[in-house]
Design a protein around this ligand. Structure first.
Ligand code: CP
Ligand code: NVA
Length: 324
């Protein structure tokens, strides 16, 4: 196993806008290597991050992000420290900057899941170690790295792929738009009026698309979005922090923006279905689709682990000159 110590373009990964196309492709490639190693009897990646520590701050609940980061560090010989934001001094008013400066003295990398993206920016600016976004109200870069790996595995390529997003123009959708535009994948988003991705995100994506040739399409018609799609994606209509809008959103999104078998028949033959999870069956997706033959949600969930191991290695090992 030969792994280069290539540095990423950015110290912090707060959104996919921090990564260039070659960074994204190199993370996916390394994730494939680490995934293959993890399945070997003699996994040669076991000591890659020996003695290294990841600090993880969570303001919001998490299943996949927490467990995959933690397991990923252990699998590479390192450790992870889980911090519930309610149980560190941040909850008693210590500033984000002082929290970042202090924790940086003990760990090699920080991952944080926050409500307000601006808090993550403050954390990253004050931290002397790399900071990874484990989901904010605006972005979810690690999710999209896992999604791109899943699509690459399932479709055997990324070149020429077309993706449809049906539903809320949310944090996951924002990084999907940026990531697709950066690596030259066609992306079509169908969201109800008023729930589209923000204009500034669409501008970032359309600017990138001008140089990569990706097509970026924003519509309110799910049938238009899924036309020619190799992959159909969605997410909850009610992200964490939006619970008070639950009833209104249900009215707006269901049934028009629900991914069901009928909508899937509008996509390309053999199209796959992805969902970052957690899912609400019967709302954004029917049980028939998420539990059916088009669905690759478990492959997608597994890939969180592999892409994050690759990302951690690229961020930590390249700074510490580990030989692999
Ligand atoms: N997809 C995802 O980030 O899942 P969790 O909220 O469980 O971490
Ligand atoms: N958009 C969802 C993703 C959860 C992984 C949320 O922010 O709650």
């Amino acid at each position: 196993m030969k792994i280069s110590k290539t540095c990423l373009s950015s110290k912090n990964i707060l959104s996919l806008d921090d990564l260039k196309s070659e960074d994204i492709l190199s993370i996916l490639k390394l994730a494939e290597v680490l995934k293959a190693e993890a399945k070997r009897k003699n996994d040669r990646s076991k000591q890659l991050l020996s003695g290294k520590v990841l600090g993880m701050i969570f303001q919001k609940p998490s299943t996949r992000t927490r467990v995959s980061f933690e397991a990923g560090m252990y699998q590479m010989g390192g450790n992870a420290i889980y911090m519930d934001a309610q149980n560190i001094q941040l909850a008693r008013g210590e500033s984000i900057e002082d929290t970042a400066r202090s924790i940086s003295l003990y760990v090699n990398c920080l991952m944080a899941r926050v409500y307000n993206h601006h808090d993550l920016v403050k954390l990253a600016e004050a931290a002397s170690v790399p900071v990874i976004n484990g989901l904010s109200d605006t972005f979810h870069p690690c999710q999209i790295l896992a999604d791109l790996l899943t699509i690459k595995e399932q479709k055997k390529r990324l070149k020429g792929i077309s993706i449809a997003w049906v539903g809320d123009g949310n944090n996951v959708c924002n990084d999907l738009l940026i990531g697709c535009a950066e690596i030259g994948i066609d992306i079509s988003i169908a969201s109800p009026r008023g729930y589209e991705p923000p204009d500034w995100i669409i501008s970032i994506a359309t600017n990138k698309a001008r140089s990569t040739g990706a097509k970026v399409n924003i519509t309110d018609d799910p049938l238009i979005a899924v036309q020619d799609a190799d992959a159909v994606m969605t997410d909850t209509f009610v992200s964490i922090g939006k619970d008070e809008e639950k009833e209104v959103r249900k009215e707006v999104f269901v049934p028009k923006y629900q991914v069901n078998s009928q909508l899937m028949t509008g996509a390309k033959k053999g199209a796959i279905f992805l969902h970052c999870l957690p899912a609400t069956r019967g709302q954004e997706v029917t049980a028939e689709v998420i539990d059916g033959k088009h669905s690759v949600v478990w492959e997608e969930a597994e890939n969180r682990l592999h892409v994050q191991k690759a990302l951690l290695y690229r961020l930590i090992a390249s700074r510490n000159q580990i030989r692999a």
